[in-house]
Design a protein around this ligand. Structure first.
Ligand code: NAD
Length: 331
């Protein structure tokens, strides 16, 4: 319920009970303090109206009560409604065409964000966009496919988002490749390929994004790390090495960019049901899955929920955090 409607109800009841001047002054002070359209739950309005109707209530008490209602009301609305947590925000999600990235894109769109998803090829980007449009034609989703190994191309793609939408609030660096090669079997350049995509490309996207976020007074960056950034893994050493680097980048950027009101966090998924996991050898995955305390593999949506929280104002004081979403597998 919009605050205007809430005030109208309150004002009506207040007038009926001969306390119009108290109510009017409360609303005036309320609007001064909380300018804009603060959503309120109907139940909060009912509690408030009962309060106003009680005899002998002092103006200051009523005002403080409205203030409390507004704060609690807007928070609980966010938790309960879950459909507007990113209203008005603009997000870029790399690796957004499938798996975890696609789930993040969808979650952000459901919550009112405008999203530009980055993929590696036009066909996969178009396919992902078509699938999103089929779910909800009103969602504002766009796509791009810059070469993430080319800093210039990445910069141009990020700047194009600013040109189109006027801002960039959320950068999700999610594109990544996995690896299970034993140390003796690495081909020349194979180790570097993993590091290039999983680490260097993040830095290439962060630089132009930070420039925009600084200009607009803030923003947030969320990197996809991995459970193996804590535990390491037997084989495919390039992959955990890259994810340890992601954590280092996350923590350092959080400290550097905090004064510019830019929060930087990472999400460390455990084994999650995506193409990446399907491509890994069974004998590597099965013993790991059997050891998960929650006794199931994660779903992309489990992970996307963490990205939603970290991107939202609910995480306004969370930065420099690597949030594990792994069913306690690493514990
Ligand atoms: P996925 O293979 O389904 O998706 C990977 C995404 O990255 C795709 O959208 C793909 O287009 C993009 N990508 C790959 N190479 C690219 C390139 N060269 N240029 C541009 N984009 C490229 O994998 P996923 O499981 O959804 O993985 C997403 C992220 O989650 C990765 O960073 C991965 O390391 C991480 N992760 C996954 C798991 C898991 O179990 N699935 C666990 C921990 C971390």
């Amino acid at each position: 319920m919009a605050i205007g409607t809430a005030c109208a109800i309150v004002l009506n009841l207040g007038l009926k009970n001969g306390r119009s001047e108290v109510v009017e002054e409360c609303i005036e002070r309320y609007n001064e303090k909380f300018s804009g359209d603060v959503p309120k739950k109907l139940s909060d309005v009912y509690i408030f109206t009962v309060f106003v109707r009680l005899p002998g209530i002092k103006l200051k008490k009523v005002y403080l009560f409205i203030k409390k209602c507004a704060i609690i009301g807007s928070d609980t609305d966010n938790i309960i409604r879950r459909d507007n947590m990113l209203k008005g925000k603009v997000a870029v999600v790399t690796g957004g065409t499938r798996g975890i990235g696609y789930a993040i894109v969808k979650k952000y769109l459901e919550n009112g964000a405008k999203v530009v998803l980055f993929g590696s090829r036009k066909e996969t980007v178009d396919k992902a966009l078509a699938s999103l449009k089929a779910e909800n034609a009103d969602w504002e989703a766009e796509g791009a496919y810059p070469d993430l190994s080319d800093p210039q191309k990445v910069e141009e793609a990020i700047e194009a988002v600013k040109e189109k939408f006027g801002r960039l609030d959320i950068l999700v660096n999610n594109a990544g490749i996995s690896d299970s090669t034993k140390v003796d079997n690495y081909e020349p350049g194979q180790f570097e390929k993993v590091i290039n995509l999983n680490v260097n490309s993040i830095f290439y996207a962060v630089r132009p994004a930070v420039k925009i976020m600084k200009e607009q007074g803030g923003g947030c960056i969320i990197n996809t790390s991995s459970m193996v950034s804590i535990s390491g893994q037997p084989g495919g050493a390039a992959y955990p090495a890259s994810k340890f680097a992601v954590n280092g980048l996350t923590l350092s950027l959080a400290r550097e960019l905090g004064p510019s009101n830019i929060r930087v966090n990472a999400v460390a998924p455990g084994i999650t049901r995506t193409d990446m996991v399907a491509a890994l050898p069974k004998e590597m995955i099965e013993p790991m899955a059997a050891a998960i305390p929650l006794r199931r593999v994660g779903e992309p949506e489990d992970v996307a929920n963490a990205f939603l929280f970290l991107a939202s104002d609910m995480a306004s004081y969370v930065t420099g955090e690597v949030l594990s979403v792994d069913g306690a597998m690493r514990a």
